[in-house]
Design a protein around this ligand. Structure first.
Ligand SMILES: C[S@@+](CC[C@H](N)C(=O)[O-])C[C@H]1O[C@@H](n2cnc3c(N)ncnc32)[C@H](O)[C@@H]1O
Length: 257
């Protein structure tokens, strides 16, 4: 495990996982436990933050929707300054730092400024949320692959290869999709994915207040509109959703009705 010093500065870019502190890796926990400074974003759960020893200085650079207390370039500069101070610095990010986490940009900036960077992967939301509902992301005969996509549009446009995504044998895990799920569902249906394709949405996965909803591509847009827009939500689209015990129960109840 690399340790930062003023002579050989280093940042540990650490994934904090989906929220449940028990899902931190052992390596992440050791680095957090020994850190002098922890720079974290708003996806790191309260439960994980509460477990950080008091001796560490916490710096919250969290970016809430529509509110940007710390622009990315300021975060990058702060990391370089902290690393050069020779302290043990952890840059803590929700889930995995390299999946929709801008970890790559930070690692690149640090490298260009001569700062070593140790990457510690975390459990990403797709794995955690699917597991929390008992959904295997791949399954022989149902899904030969899984794709992680963003549902967030940069310039008002969702720029995906919809024809490529509308593959009934591929599971889709949609991050940051709450605001645009109706459009995503429409685009996938237009591209040929049947409206009956099951969809699960998991909100605040792995946390005590986790909730979920199971619907279909045809109904998810209307149903998701009723969900709390401020929480974190991950959509799983594909036949594997039918393997969730909750989906099987719904099917049984529908057959009895
Ligand atoms: C900016 S991305 C960061 C993803 C993160 N780096 C990861 O690997 O999970 C934020 C999105 O991740 C998803 N997400 C993260 N944690 C989640 C959780 N506990 N439950 C549901 N979705 C989650 C949501 O789609 C949220 O909008």
């Amino acid at each position: 495990m690399a340790v930062g010093t003023a002579a050989s500065p280093c940042i540990h870019l650490v994934g904090a996982g989906p929220g449940d502190p028990d899902l931190l890796t052992v390596k992440a926990w050791k680095l957090i436990r020994d850190a002098e400074v922890i720079v974290h974003d708003c996806l790191v759960s309260r439960a994980v933050l509460d477990g950080i020893p008091n001796h560490a200085t916490l710096i919250d650079v969290g970016k809430m929707p529509g509110h940007h207390p710390f622009p990315q370039d300021k975060i990058n500069e702060m990391l370089v300054d902290l690393a050069r101070s020779g302290r043990r610095v952890v840059r803590l990010k929700g889930g995995d730092p390299f999946i929709f986490g801008r970890g790559g940009e930070e690692a690149d900036y640090l490298a260009r400024h001569g700062i070593a960077c140790e990457i510690v992967p975390g459990i990403t939301a797709a794995s955690a949320c699917a597991s929390a509902l008992g959904i295997p992301l791949t399954h022989r005969g149902l899904a030969t692959g899984v794709r992680f996509i963003t549902g967030h549009c940069q310039n008002g446009e969702l720029e995906h290869d919809w024809l490529g995504l509308a593959d009934p044998k591929t599971t889709l895990a949609v991050y940051m999709g709450l605001a645009n799920i109706a459009e995503i569902a429409d685009r996938l249906t237009e591209a040929g994915l049947p409206g009956s394709t099951p969809v699960a949405v998991i909100c605040d996965g792995t946390l005590p207040h986790q909730t979920h909803l199971i619907a279909s591509l045809a109904t998810i847009g209307d149903l998701a509109a009723m969900l709390n827009r401020t929480g974190r939500a991950l959509f799983v689209i594909g036949q594997v959703v039918n393997l969730a015990p909750a989906a099987k129960l719904m099917e049984k109840e529908a057959a009895l009705a």
